[in-house]
Ligand binder design. Structure first.
Ligand code: HEC
Length: 256
């Protein structure tokens, strides 16, 4: 027990109603963390088409897949024999010059008319290349998450998750047998990693190399908060009945 610490404010000695309150919170927040983990695996985890979270997933989600547009990929792939090299080059150049409507009217529409619409415009299920919109839809380059949704998700995370960490840390601050310094570090870690995580989303939007920082940030605050949650539960419910444990046994209450 730290000097000057009142044993009434130690997890093993808390009043039953306070333990009930803390436990209810811990159980629900713990569940929330598990569900959040599953959600990350199912959305970001699948971004590269393979199950499991990888650096590629993060890069695809935030930076985008900035290789060729689908139109270019096809023109260099299964549609390669459908147009001459000159026509294919004109199409690719047009895509890179923002697929403008004026160039479509003067030149590009004609190329599609003579090479593509005999199938794309007739065969059901294939995109109709008589229409500029359907060509454009395949000419876009995926630049990842938009600034709009990045801003929205960032502020929700900053406000929402810091609330969770606040209470997790507060409950854990009543833990006993752990030095004040160690507790201070554990309480601070989730906030630091949360900041790193969100900063890394923004950095990854422009520099894909930062993708690994979001993974480290996520793992860092998950581990630190899981430890605090489990340790708090342990100290409230198991520690009072056990005297041989990894953590020091509780000191008998001074007031009783
Ligand atoms: C002889 C018929 C035919 C012609 C001509 C043709 N295509 Fe296709 N195209 C297809 C078929 C069939 C598919 C679906 C199979 C595949 O993706 O390879 C397809 C698929 C595509 C796709 C992928 C569509 C998607 O929804 O992902 C693109 C892009 C495409 N073609 C571009 C072109 C362009 C550009 C031209 C003209 C230079 C062209 N095609 C000419 C038959 C044709």
């Amino acid at each position: 027990m730290n000097e000057g610490e009142d044993s009434r404010y130690q997890l093993p000695h808390l009043a039953l109603e306070v333990k009930a309150l803390f436990t209810g919170y811990i159980v629900i927040v713990g569940l929330g963390l598990l569900v959040a983990g599953a959600q990350i695996l199912l959305t970001h985890g699948m971004a590269d088409g393979e199950f499991g979270l990888s650096v590629d997933d993060i890069v695809y989600s935030y930076y985008g897949n900035r290789g060729d547009s689908r139109l270019e990929a096809k023109l260099n792939g299964s549609m390669k024999d459908k147009a001459s090299i000159e026509d294919r080059t004109s199409i690719v150049r047009w895509v890179h010059e923002d697929a403008t409507a004026s160039a479509w009217d003067t030149e590009i529409n004609q190329i599609f008319q003579s090479n593509c619409v005999s199938c794309h415009g007739v065969i059901p299920g294939l995109p109709d290349f008589n229409k500029l919109e359907s060509v454009r839809a395949l000419a876009t380059i995926d630049t990842g998450v938009s600034i709009d949704s990045l801003t929205r998700v960032s502020h929700i995370h900053l406000f929402g998750i810091s609330f969770i960490f606040f209470f997790v840390g507060w409950i854990f601050s009543y833990a006993t047998g752990i030095s004040s310094q160690s507790k201070a570090i554990l309480v601070a870690i989730p906030f630091v990693f949360l900041f790193l995580d969100i900063a890394a989303w923004w950095l990854t939007k422009w520099y894909p190399a930062f993708a690994w920082v979001t993974i480290i940030g996520g793992i860092g605050y998950s581990l630190a908060s899981s430890f605090m949650l489990l340790c708090s539960l342990y100290q409230m419910w198991l520690m009072p009945h056990r005297h041989s444990c990894i953590l020091n046994p509780p000191t008998p209450s001074r007031t009783s």
